[in-house]
Design a protein around this ligand. Structure first.
Ligand SMILES: C[S@@+](CC[C@H](N)C(=O)[O-])C[C@H]1O[C@@H](n2cnc3c(N)ncnc32)[C@H](O)[C@@H]1O
Length: 155
């Protein structure tokens, strides 16, 4: 696996995914021989994933990752695709510190879908303010999907 800071050897690599949802990223990590861990907030999803991926190197638990990652580190790779953004600023900052404390030597964090303050929805769609960086939308394509954090430099 190639990252901006070099090549990670995936076999046996300990991966933690924060908020794995229905598991779209799981087959990739298992196919690479990674030891995969996830903390996901939906109990229904977790039960489904445990049935779908009985592999001994696939570990999914129901947990609020802003409180506890559940799985003991250290991790070679910590992944967030579109999960941290659905929390709030204080929790995001707390999770970033938890991530910092959970790395193996040379560990990496990969974060995707971190929304910029230049996102068009912020200017266009009505929303309620949760905190200085977080909104809940009342219209548009983010409507009904919970919190969204928008930031440039908050960590
Ligand atoms: C948009 S989905 C992304 C799923 C997956 N990461 C992907 O790439 O397909 C966001 C997921 O994060 C989970 N999530 C958000 N905040 C969470 C939290 N604080 N603790 C646990 N899970 C959380 C939600 O339950 C949801 O399943």
């Amino acid at each position: 696996m190639v990252t901006s800071r070099g090549i990670l050897s995936p076999v046996g690599m300990r991966v933690l995914e924060l908020g794995c949802g229905p598991g779209a990223n799981i087959p990739f990590f298992l196919s690479q021989g990674a030891d995969y861990y996830a903390a996901e907030g939906s109990e229904t999803i977790v039960v489904e994933l445990q049935k779908k991926f009985p592999d001994k190197n696939c570990h999914v638990a129901c947990a609020d990752f802003t409180k506890d990652f559940v799985w003991e580190g250290p991790f070679d790779l910590i992944v967030d695709r579109g999960a941290l953004t659905h929390n709030n600023t204080a929790d995001l900052q707390k999770v970033v510190e938890m991530i910092r404390g959970s790395f193996a030597s040379n560990g990496r964090f990969m974060g995707m879908d971190w929304f910029s303050t230049r996102h068009d929805a912020l200017a266009r769609d009505r929303s309620n303010t949760v905190d200085a960086h977080t909104r809940v939308f009342r219209e548009g394509y983010f409507d009904g999907l919970g919190n969204y954090i928008f930031q440039m430099w908050i960590i």
